[in-house]
Design a protein around this ligand. Sequence first.
Ligand code: OGA
Ligand code: NI
Length: 363
Amino acid sequence: MAAKVTMPSLPEKPLSNVPLQLHQPKNFQFDSVPESHAWLDLHDHPTVEPIGPDTVPLIDLTDPKLTAKISKACEEWGVFQITGHGIQPDLLTRLEAQIHRLFALPADLKLNAAKSPGDVSGYGLVPISSFFSKLMWSEGFTISGSPLHHAQKLWPDDYSSFCDVVEEFDNVMRQLGNKLLHKILLSLGLSKEDIIRACPVRDWHDMSAAVQLNSYPPCPDPDRTIGLAAHTDSSFLTLLYQNSVSGLQVLRPKDHTGPMRWVTIPPVPNTFTVNIGDLMHVLSNGRFRSVMHRAMVNPAKHRISVGFFCGPPMDVKVGPINKLTGPERGPVYRPVTWQEYQRLRRKLFDKALEAIKIGEEIA
Ligand code: OGA
Ligand code: NI
């Protein structure tokens, strides 16, 4: 069963038509949280520290028992952290420096690289903002394809240092994402041959990916606002890098250790947090559930994060893998492409997965 969460403040009017300048007056230099950014319902469930049974699994990708560990983590959590991934710390340091360079630019310069209406790439509000009447305490920069066009607008004379790091990151993360995708499919009990037959991604060149840079400025009253509202990702899986400032939380269902609760996923140097997205939920026929998560803000420190979203090639339909369906549990979801699913999400947000349930199509 998908985790249920109270959605904060239903949109009274969509924000997508409001000029971006109005969204971030004074570049977050507020003495207090203005009404535009004040959220209700943030304390729908208790928040717990990552200790004891609420410690997110940390998995070394070189572990001989890797498949079993991933299987357990995906079933019990839908999220885990990884070491032994082979991504050089130096690359992450250089990427972090470029992200700080980007978000430290004056607001009017950043607006030169604003997303055009209907476009996914560029600077602006985080992608889910249009569903809420309140604004989030964050800025985002989405990269789908090459960042060249936008980077040239930000730094006409020095765009290549940004583009080079992003390209290097994109390359190694695609390979890591593809490796993880295959490990997750193995952990569902599929054989290598099954995976060759059924996996929508044949090799890492084939995978669709998007990079989301997030910036969460320090906030004078962090309990009144949110950096990124609760959501699931539409991807197969997402790899998240966070700097040393805590903020990511996942929703854990009620179980024998406690009630439904928000669990902090602490930043651990040189690790990535991997979470299951809606399309993996579909591919596994609901066995590996996509996980609800959100980002809180910090009173003193600037938090940044990088989401790397891995999905199928844009024209490939994803449905439950045959071998994972059976006589007593046939396919639960109808096949969709990532693009079709993203379109549904833009329309229905947290109801999109429900909408592709066989027998319950509402869109
Ligand atoms: C996202 C996301 C979490 C974070 O970009 O989809 O969930 O900590 N980010 O920034
Ligand atoms: Ni997310």
